[in-house]
Design a protein around this ligand. Structure first.
Ligand code: NAD
Ligand code: GLY
Length: 366
């Protein structure tokens, strides 16, 4: 899986829409990795004002040989809007891009989701190239084809499934990522171990100091293993009719924390970290995982520099906010829980009082 130059390559097996994910140092400069992936037309390279000064010229050079136009948007979740989506579509239409064009998303999950949704919509769908530059985007949002923008009523309410033609996850770009953003990405890495792979979880426990130090080998290994786990789930259940929901461990709790704290206060990965602790606590109180396993979850999350307790929100308010989750069916909350470490299930059967107890106890003292 790994070549001497540190490149790790894998594939998302979706038949005639299968695509490669390349992980490693310097892959953003590797035009050769795109030779068989891109259509022949023009490229719109979309980035933001933080990432563009760092990596736009590298990406542009890699795409050379075709017309490459750029669109640099303001930075932040606050700009993951229909208005920004309109700006990408305007750039495509006024630039007279045709159906054989490609939208390349250079940045974190905000740019990837937004540019991805524009690629899904322009002329009913054009090619999308994901060039993720945050850890979260490299292990999660660039893979699997979920694209979206936010609506004032809720996050990611408007979007589409649209798989990329390739993902280039250049691990060198992580060197400039702020520590808080990096830790937030580690939450999603831990998630894969918890839901799908006890061996990977144990590997993460052993390698967390190296991952925090951003040691190139372990970082690339963690990203490639995370992508591989996600790719398998996506290949099995692309549209989230079943197993893909497991990828949302900690997210129902986490989205409620994000909403109650006010969007932007908590990073998504930070809220998911606490959400995973809440899911583990719930699983323990249901008699599924042992106290020692719960302690392992807490300690790994904490070792990654992530929070393990929510702010002092009223449990009832948390429960109401959790009711906005996309997994709610027929008014019933469905939670991703842990049968054992490395084996998750979706459950709609958690007693309300038990859940309120967890929400009350996994809180910081105010
Ligand atoms: P982000 O895109 O906002 O990036 C975080 C910050 O890091 C931004 O300020 C960005 O400009 C900056 N940045 C990016 N790369 C950098 C680099 N290499 N060096 C320095 N700074 C850099 O946030 P994110 O955590 O990458 O993504 C969060 C978004 O992803 C949310 O909108 C969430 O809904 C979405 N998401 C989508 C999926 C999916 O499956 N599509 C999955 C998880 C999350
Ligand atoms: N981030 C969850 C998913 O892609 O399904």
């Amino acid at each position: 899986m790994k070549t001497p130059d540190g490149l790790r390559s894998l594939r998302v097996g979706l038949g005639d829409r299968a695509y490669p994910i390349h992980v490693g140092p310097g892959v953003l400069s590797r035009a050769d990795l795109l030779a068989d992936c891109l259509p022949g037309g023009d490229v719109l390279l979309v980035s933001n004002e933080t990432v563009a000064p760092l990596y736009l010229e590298t990406a542009r050079a890699t795409l050379a040989g075709r017309r490459v136009e750029t669109l640099v948007l303001p930075d932040g979740e606050a700009y993951k809007t229909l208005e920004s989506f309109g700006r990408v579509l305007d750039a495509l239409a006024s630039g007279r891009f045709h159906r054989d064009c490609c939208v390349a998303a250079l940045g974190g999950g905000v740019i990837g989701d937004l540019a991805g949704f524009a690629a899904a919509s322009y002329q009913r769908g054009v090619a999308l190239l994901q060039l993720p530059t945050t850890l979260l985007a490299q292990v999660d949002s660039s893979v699997g084809g979920k694209t979206a923008v936010n609506h004032p009523v809720g996050k990611n309410l408007i979007g589409a499934f649209h798989q990329p033609v390739a993902v280039l996850a250049d691990t060198d770009t992580l060197a400039t990522l702020p520590a808080r953003e990096y830790a937030a990405g580690l939450a999603e890495v831990i998630k894969y171990g918890l839901i799908l792979d006890a061996d990977f979880l144990a590997w993460l426990e052993r390698h967390m100091p190296a991952l925090l130090a951003r040691a190139p080998g372990p970082v690339a290994e963690a990203i490639a293993r995370s992508c591989d786990l996600k790719a398998r789930v996506v290949a099995e259940d692309e549209r989230e009719h079943g197993r893909r929901a497991l990828l949302n461990l900690g997210h129902t709790f986490g989205h409620a924390i994000e909403a109650l704290a006010g969007y932007g206060e908590w990073l998504h990965g930070e809220a998911v970290a606490v959400g995973m602790v809440m899911a583990a606590e719930t699983s323990h109180r249901l008699g599924w995982i042992a106290a020692a396993d719960l302690a392992r979850v807490r300690s790994l999350v904490s070792a990654a520099g992530l929070p393990v307790a929510a702010p002092d929100f009223a449990p009832e308010a948390m429960l109401t906010a959790m009711g906005m989750d996309k997994k709610v069916i027929g008014g019933r909350l469905r939670l991703v829980l842990l049968r054992t470490l490395g084996d998750a299930v979706v459950s709609a059967d958690v007693p309300r009082e038990l859940l309120l107890g967890v929400l009350s106890d996994v809180r910081r003292a105010s």
